[in-house]
Design a protein around this ligand. Structure first.
Ligand code: NAD
Ligand code: XAI
Ligand code: MG
Ligand code: MG
Length: 348
């Protein structure tokens, strides 16, 4: 583990320099990694593992769209693509990458194949942390490990192909074999992570549920919508409101933050903008901090997990989610966005 100073706080992390891919390949050479589920994380992790020379198979429900997607991605039925149950039998490391609600339904099947010495791998602390709600209680004689990429499986794959990597957290819930640390770090490197930082299942699930409901997804839509509506209500055109709210953020200013931090993005804007942003960051902070506190409490009280299980276990959960996404898509702001994207020079 490398000791790195993060803004004055020292953390031990794993980098690709100290744990190179060749070491990961060595650790995993006798293993069959079975990726169960081929939704968003499944393809990203499975394809990266395969391209990194790891022995990997995919388990998926036959006669499903995602089975066909797996075939289109090059997985071969009967060789590297199997029904879920057969993949569970063949795998020595079972990567449980069904949706969090789907994991509850498949758990009795997976459990049957968790013979001593195998490893059960998650990309979220959800199933194990909320065991009273999920029933996921692994047997004591298997390793229980986690690698949680900090981003979408789609980005995990895209960045890997570009020679980059998403950072991931890792955790060990159970070390039955004495090999859990090597196994989890090797998997973290082999799925295409940047650097790895250690956590535990509880901290992973509480931070992750907060982040996606907060700045990463929920808050960003809330704040974009609020500003867009104020501009529109005051007579600004959709073009002006969308460019000033979203397009400039994603195309110009956020990439500058990604490259060199907030101060550097500020420094590349006018002094007029800098003065105003420095004055207004306070009121926005004051207005939103209580919302983040409320959100974190809702997460740690288990309310967010319960809501997610209740709604995503319904037979028609996908149809309902799609209907809500459609509402977003059909809103004026995101319709304006569609028109703006079409007008980007690279798209016209
Ligand atoms: N989506 C992401 O990019 C992302 C990022 C980090 C961590 N994670 C975690 O990774 C895991 C997988 O997430 P995902 O978003 O890829 O999942 P997903 O919602 O895309 O579903 C994955 C697969 O589960 C299958 N599935 C759902 N219910 C099932 C059932 N009852 N029986 C059999 N198969 C079923 C679906 O067909 C699909 O192939 C979750 O624990 C999630 O929290 C996801
Ligand atoms: C990609 C995210 C939001 O980071 C992940 O946590 C998820 O649940 O999909
Ligand atoms: Mg999440
Ligand atoms: Mg996340």
């Amino acid at each position: 583990m490398a000791k790195i100073n993060f803004g004055g706080v020292e953390e031990e992390v794993v980098t690709r320099e100290e744990f190179p891919l060749s070491k990961a390949q060595e650790v995993l050479k006798g293993e069959t990694v079975a990726v169960l589920g081929y939704g968003v994380q499944g393809p990203g992790q499975a394809l990266n593992l395969k391209d990194n020379g790891i022995n990997v198979i995919v388990g998926q429900r036959k006669d499903s769209k995602t089975w066909d997607k797996a075939v289109a991605d090059g997985w071969v039925p009967g060789e590297t693509l199997f029904e879920l149950e057969e993949a569970c039998e063949r795998g020595t490391i079972l990567q449980f990458l069904l949706s969090d609600a789907g994991q509850i339904a498949l758990w009795p099947t997976v459990k049957k194949y968790l013979t001593p010495g195998k490893a059960l791998y998650f990309s979220h602390g959800f199933g194990v942390t909320y065991k009273e709600k999920t029933g996921i209680i692994p047997p004591a004689d298997v390793d229980v490990i986690l690698v949680a990429p900090k981003g979408s499986g789609t980005s995990l794959r895209r960045l890997f192909v570009e020679g980059k990597g998403l950072n991931s957290s890792f955790a060990i819930h159970q070390d039955a074999t004495g090999k859990a640390k090597d196994r989890v770090v090797a998997l973290g490197i082999a799925v295409g992570s940047g650097y790895l930082f250690e956590t535990d299942f509880y901290k992973e699930v509480s931070s992750d549920l907060t982040g996606e409901r907060g700045t990463l997804m929920g808050a960003i839509q809330g704040i974009f919508r609020a500003q867009y509506e104020v501009l529109r209500a005051n007579g600004h055109s959709p073009s002006e409101a969308f460019n000033e709210t979203v397009e400039e953020a994603t195309q110009s200013l956020y990439p500058l933050i990604a490259e060199n931090g907030m101060d550097w993005m500020y420094a590349n804007c006018s002094t007029t903008a800098q003065r105003g942003a420095l004055d207004w960051m306070g009121p926005f902070y004051e207005a939103t901090k209580p919302v983040f506190e409320k959100l974190y409490k809702s997460v740690t009280d288990g309310i967010e997990a319960q809501k997610s299980i209740d709604s995503n276990s319904q037979p028609d959960y996908r149809v309902k989610l799609e209907a809500e996404l459609k509402e977003l898509e059909e809103s004026e702001m995101w319709q304006a966005g569609k028109a703006v994207r079409k007008l980007r020079p690279e798209n016209s």
